[in-house]
Design a protein around this ligand. Structure first.
Ligand code: NAP
Length: 308
């Protein structure tokens, strides 16, 4: 095992992602001590039972005291409030990061509350499942997944590199981009697919002519894969759509145009247009498998769900 990169890691919000970071950091010896906290006393009790942290703090402000790396793992909509709570207790020189699925709004919400003496390096591990809470986490979650760092302009380069090393130790590949570019990329690769899944599952639920039991019975025809994505946490996804309004609306506009084109092809019986479109999309699927981001297996090859 290598030398720890950080002495003391504080995890704020110990759900799926926070608990996975704690588990992976411990498994890899990435830090010496892990302190964790969460909003509810029930979750804090559970973290103690699971033994995934060395210490469990009662408050966010308490948890960050003396920490060299603070990772905020709460829903996007509360990141600003958390930054406000911890701001004055941060150790000078500490690195503060997060894992939120949207980056522009988090930089805007958190930055004003963080002192100039800390290095703020926002991050998004593009890895997850549709499950929530500390029991859902596992140490291998980030293996061979991407973690995108979005440091605001002027961020200390050494701090960025050290956080990148931390994520690599946890098994992730690291890429750096601006917060706005991240939000556009994720709008098409994650946010829009979730919106489509939420829509289609809702549409099926409201059908009169096809019964709910028929939808469930014949779900292997494609519907089943949407239901897994549409089972994702409602709080997390509400916050993502509110926070990445511009990116999602941009991609939704393009998507609606393409749906209109396919609608027209179906109405006109234009088989050539449909065949050409489906051939192009099949090549994208092959590209994803070649990039090691999925397996050719019928169901998702990994034991746990999908990426956000
Ligand atoms: P989760 O399992 O629901 O965990 C979120 C945790 O945040 C909960 O344990 C909750 O605590 C805690 N929390 C909420 N408000 C808090 C506050 N004010 N102070 C302290 N703790 C608070 O959700 P998750 O999937 O880990 O998501 C966390 C973040 O990761 C989100 O920003 C999400 O966008 C991002 N993300 C998620 C995925 C994914 O696939 N799930 C992937 C990449 C990134 P209690 O249980 O105590 O209420």
């Amino acid at each position: 095992m290598s030398e720890p990169l950080f002495d003391r890691l504080a995890i704020i919000g110990t759900g799926l992602i926070g608990s996975s970071i704690a588990r992976a950091a411990r498994a890899q010896g990435a830090v010496r001590t892990i302190v964790a906290t969460s909003h509810s006393s029930q979750t804090r009790k559970r973290i103690k039972e699971l033994g995934i942290a060395d210490e469990v703090a009662e408050t966010n402000a308490e948890a960050v005291k003396g920490a060299d790396l603070v990772v905020v793992c709460v829903p996007v909509g509360v990141c600003g409030d958390v930054a406000k709570e911890i701001g004055t207790n941060l150790k000078p020189g500490a690195t503060v990061s997060d894992v939120g699925s949207v980056k522009g709004s988090i930089v805007r919400d958190m930055s004003p509350h963080l002192p100039k003496t800390v290095n703020f390096v926002p991050a998004h591990p593009v890895a997850g499942t549709e499950h929530s809470g500390p029991d859902a986490g596992f140490a291998e979650l980030f293996e061979n997944r991407w973690c995108i760092l979005t440091p605001p302009e002027g961020t200390n380069k050494e701090a960025v590199e050290k956080l990148a090393a931390f994520w690599r130790l946890l098994g992730a590949n690291v890429e750096v981009m601006t917060p706005d570019h991240h939000d556009l990329v994720l709008a098409i690769t994650s946010h829009l697919p979730h919106l489509i899944a939420y829509t289609i599952v809702g549409t099926a639920d409201e059908l009169q002519t096809v019964t709910r039991s028929e939808v469930l019975k014949f779900s292997a025809g494609g519907f089943r894969d949407f239901t897994r994505i549409a089972a994702s946490d409602p709080t997390m996804w509400r916050d993502i759509f509110l926070a990445n309004k511009d990116g999602v609306l941009e991609m939704l506009g393009r998507f609606n145009e393409d749906v209109a084109a396919l609608t027209k092809a179906i109405r006109k019986g234009d088989g050539e247009a449909l065949f050409e479109h489906f051939t192009r999309t099949r090549a994208i699927r092959r590209g994803i498998i070649e990039a090691g981001q999925d397996t050719p297996a019928a169901d998702f090859g990994r034991p746990h769900g999908h990426d956000d």
